[in-house]
Design a protein around this ligand. Structure first.
Ligand SMILES: Cc1ncc(COP(=O)(O)O)c(C=O)c1O
Length: 348
């Protein structure tokens, strides 16, 4: 009898946001604006090339990212979504039983990928819906190898500021890798939320994680990357599943990067909608923490599942976290209006 690893038996499966034909998809933090125009134009032409393997080193994409961030190409490693890059980072530094620390609740893939890598997840409770960086620094032990700082935090949408992040980094021993996950960077106010690459990018134990899945509108093509010290990036590249980033994904990401002005314009639309949605929800009596992402968090505790089911009956798919809250992605204005009308009529 084949024995599967017992450490994986208790592992919850990743719960993807549901998709329901005809319903507003406000459960997965995707861009509601679809693909960027240049990407649409080129994908059809590229499809004819899929009988060939892609460039395993993703040279054009790595060079474009290096130019975009003003860093050497050696500092970039790509993967099939930043989820794969998270896994690659874990496989790079975690030995069996090593501790991986993160705030909780945060991105639900962290504990899953940690267990798959053989590590032990250490969850540090949030404080007022935000990362408690002091408590996280205190929770570091001699076994800690990696700390995820999700900024802004998924699913609670809050962000930590420059001083707090720098103070935290100062307290982390330099043999512990700090991974600042900036999946939602494009929706954050740069005056309030630091760009970790600018703030900490010169430190030997800091990695910044970014994705093309959110503001760049490429969730279905799977491209993410990290900017890391060159030696770490070299190890991360070794842990990549061969050819995991398709040629279509690589080329679409290069095109999307070139359209960053349009990305910023679309992100600004989402931010304006986010503020409108939050204001209305608060006027309706909901608690809604200030968001720096493309979603809002409703800490509905025990009625979270009921609220999500109720929204589903009104053709809006949101993402409940049982007993904790509901994450609502900001969609197009009319999708948001449907959500707001439902929220107004909710009798929890
Ligand atoms: C904080 C955070 N990091 C990383 C990811 C992974 O995204 P992807 O693998 O599509 O790049 C997500 C997706 O929801 C996320 O919320």
């Amino acid at each position: 009898m084949v024995r599967v690893r017992s450490s994986l038996a208790q592992l919850p499966a990743y719960v993807p946001g549901r998709k329901l034909p005809g319903a507003a998809p406000l459960a997965s933090n995707e861009s509601p604006h679809g693909m960027l125009p240049g990407v649409v134009a080129r994908l059809g032409e590229l499809a004819g090339g899929v009988s060939r393997y892609p460039d395993m080193s993703a040279t054009a994409l790595v060079n474009a990212l290096a130019a975009h961030h003003g860093v050497a190409p050696e500092r970039i490693a790509v993967g099939a979504g930043s989820s794969e890059v998270c896994a690659q980072l874990l496989h790079s530094v975690v030995r069996p039983g090593d501790e991986v620390l993160f705030g909780w609740r945060s991105f639900e893939a962290y504990p899953i990928l940690t267990a798959v890598a053989g590590g032990r997840a250490v969850r540090v409770p949030l404080r007022e819906h935000g990362l408690d960086l002091d408590a996280m620094a205190e929770a570091i032990t001699g076994r800690t190898r990696l700390v995820f700082v999700c900024n802004p935090n998924n699913p609670t949408s809050t962000a930590v500021g420059e001083q707090a992040l720098r103070d935290f980094a100062d307290r982390v021993p330099d043999d512990v890798l700090i991974v600042v996950d900036e999946a939602y960077r494009e929706y954050a106010d740069p005056a309030l939320v630091p760009d970790a690459l600018g703030l900490l990018g010169d430190r030997p134990n800091v990695v910044v994680l970014r994705t093309f899945s959110k503001a760049y509108g490429l969730a279905g093509l799977r491209v993410g990357y990290c900017v890391a010290p060159a030696e770490i990036a070299a190890t991360v590249r070794k842990t990549q599943v061969p050819f995991s980033v398709s040629a279509l994904a690589q080329e679409a990401a290069v095109i999307a990067l070139g359209e960053h002005a349009e990305v910023a314009r679309r992100a600004a639309l989402t931010v304006a909608e986010r503020e409108r949605v939050r204001k209305r929800l608060r006027a309706l009596g909901y608690e809604v923490p200030a968001s720096q992402a493309n979603f809002v968090w409703l800490p509905l505790a025990g009625v979270s599942a009921d609220f999500a089911l109720y929204c589903l009956s009104g053709k809006v798919v949101v993402r409940p976290f049982l007993g904790e809250g509901v994450r609502v992605t900001i969609g197009l204005p009319q999708e948001n209006d449907t959500l707001l009308a439902l929220a107004a009529d909710w009798r929890g």
